[in-house]
Write a protein that binds this ligand. Structure first.
Ligand SMILES: Cc1ncc(COP(=O)(O)O)c(C=O)c1O
Length: 256
C-alpha cells in the first residue's frame, strides 16, 4: 500500500500528529496516486494507507480522511483502503471515543465503495488493560510540594515524559485524607515524573498503580540508567501468571 499524508492536524500532542503536512509520514494525495500507478508495473499495489494521528477523540478527522480516500478511489480503483488507528482513550476520565458514530461512517464508506477496509486500532484495544505497580521509596516535603518518590521511572513508562501524557494514579494502600503529591521516579532526569495527583495519604512502602499503561507502556520501556526491565504479570481468566520475570542487574548490563 502507499501511505497518503492527508495534511490533517489531528492528535492530542504534536508528536501524535502523523497525518499533518509537516510530519515525516507518507506523501500528499496526488503524489501518492502517481507513486501507486508507477508501482503497479512492478509490484502488487493493493491500496492506499493512512494513519492520521493518535489520541483522536471525535469522528470528524476520520470523515475528512475518508473523503480524501474516496477521491483517490475515484481516480484509481484499488481493492484495499487502510485508515490506520488513532482511536483515542480518555486517560483522564471523561467522554469515551464515540465508537458507534465511528463504526457507522466507516461501514457506510466500505459499503458505498466496496473496498476491503483495514483498521489498525492499537491503543484503543489494550490501553486500559495495563497497570504499572510501583512502590513508594520515600515521601518528602520541599517548600509547598509533597513528593512521592517511587521505584518506577520514565524508563519503565515513558509517555508522561515524552508527551506530557496524564495518567491517573491510585494508592492501593488507601487511607486517610487526600492531598496533592507530585509522583516522580528515581531516574536522573527532571522529566522523570508522573505528574501531580490528589491521593489518599501516601507513606513509604505504599503501592501505587498508574492506570491505562497497556499501550505504549512496556513496549517503550528501556534500560536507561542501567535499570533492569520490570516483570510483566498477566491476569488471564482470573489466574495470575508471570509473563516475563524481572530482569537481573547482570542481564541489564549484558542483555540476554
Ligand atoms: C501506521 C500506524 N498504524 C496504527 C498505529 C496505532 O495507533 P493508535 O495506537 O493511536 O491507534 C500507529 C501508531 O503509531 C501507526 O504508526
Amino acid at each position: 500500500m502507499v501511505r497518503v499524508n492527508p495534511g490533517l492536524e489531528v492528535g492530542g500532542h504534536r508528536s501524535l500528529a502523523t497525518g499533518a503536512r509537516w510530519s515525516k509520514f507518507g506523501l500528499p494525495p496526488r503524489r501518492a496516486l502517481t507513486l501507486l500507478r508507477e508501482l503497479k508495473g512492478s509490484l502488487e499495489a493493493v491500496g492506499f494507507h493512512m494513519h492520521i494521528g493518535s489520541q483522536i477523540m471525535d469522528v470528524k478527522p476520520y470523515d475528512l480522511a475518508l473523503s480524501i480516500m474516496a477521491r483517490l478511489l475515484r481516480e484509481e480503483r484499488v481493492p484495499v483502503i487502510d485508515i490506520g488507528g488513532g482511536l483515542g482513550v480518555p486517560y483522564e476520565g471523561g467522554r469515551p471515543f464515540p465508537l458507534k458514530e465511528f463504526s457507522s461512517i466507516v461501514c457506510a464508506f466500505a459499503e458505498s465503495t466496496g473496498v476491503i477496509l483495514f483498521l489498525e486500532t492499537g491503543r484503543f484495544i489494550v490501553a486500559n488493560a495495563g497497570y504499572l505497580l510501583t512502590r513508594v521509596n520515600y515521601v518528602k516535603e520541599v517548600d509547598s510540594t509533597t513528593w512521592a518518590l517511587v521505584d518506577a521511572g520514565m524508563n519503565d513508562f515513558l509517555r508522561v515524559a515524552l508527551y506530557g501524557a496524564k495518567h491517573r494514579i491510585i494508592n492501593l494502600d488507601e487511607r486517610g485524607r487526600t492531598r496533592k503529591y507530585r509522583v516522580a521516579g528515581p531516574v536522573c532526569e527532571t522529566a522523570d515524573e508522573f505528574g501531580e495527583h490528589e491521593l489518599p495519604e501516601v507513606k513509604e512502602g505504599d503501592y501505587l498503580a498508574i492506570l491505562d499503561v497497556g499501550a505504549y507502556g512496556f513496549s517503550m520501556a528501556s534500560r536507561y540508567n542501567l535499570r533492569p526491565l520490570p516483570a510483566v504479570v498477566g491476569v488471564i481468566n482470573g489466574q495470575v501468571r508471570l509473563l516475563r520475570r524481572r530482569e537481573t542487574f547482570k542481564e541489564a548490563i549484558f542483555p540476554p
